[in-house]
Design a protein around this ligand. Structure first.
Ligand SMILES: [Cu+2]
Length: 111
């Protein structure tokens, strides 16, 4: 009987640990935010881990785009309040800018 109770306790604690680690994985998976404000990307250089997602949020009244210099991604026009998301599955430096404002250069560094 004592062993049975120990077994049940062990099973419950293993399940609880599983729930906790799933929650931790979710926290890690939260996207990295790049804000577009004052016709600038902030942060201008975002360093992320392989597989992480970036979300760009346009806070300006002006429309902006998130356009890769090499053409690998392009948000199209983002109005105020719009968001654009992209995951980066491999390491590298991904430079991008805004189609409407050529000086708005920025980059994502995936390590
Ligand atoms: Cu722009």
């Amino acid at each position: 009987m004592k062993n049975y109770i120990l077994c049940v306790l062990l099973a419950v604690s293993v399940m609880f640990a599983g729930v906790l680690s799933a929650a931790a994985a979710d926290a890690v998976a939260a996207p990295v935010v790049v804000t577009i404000e004052g016709s600038a990307f902030s942060p201008e250089v975002a360093v992320i881990k392989i597989g992480e997602e970036v979300v760009w949020k346009n806070r300006d009244a002006a429309a902006h785009t998130v356009t890769a210099n090499d053409g690998s991604f392009d948000s199209g026009a983002l109005s105020q309040g719009d968001e654009f998301r992209r995951k980066f599955p491999s390491a590298g430096i991904f430079k991008y800018s805004c189609d409407n404002h050529a000086w708005m250069g920025a980059r994502i560094e995936v390590r």
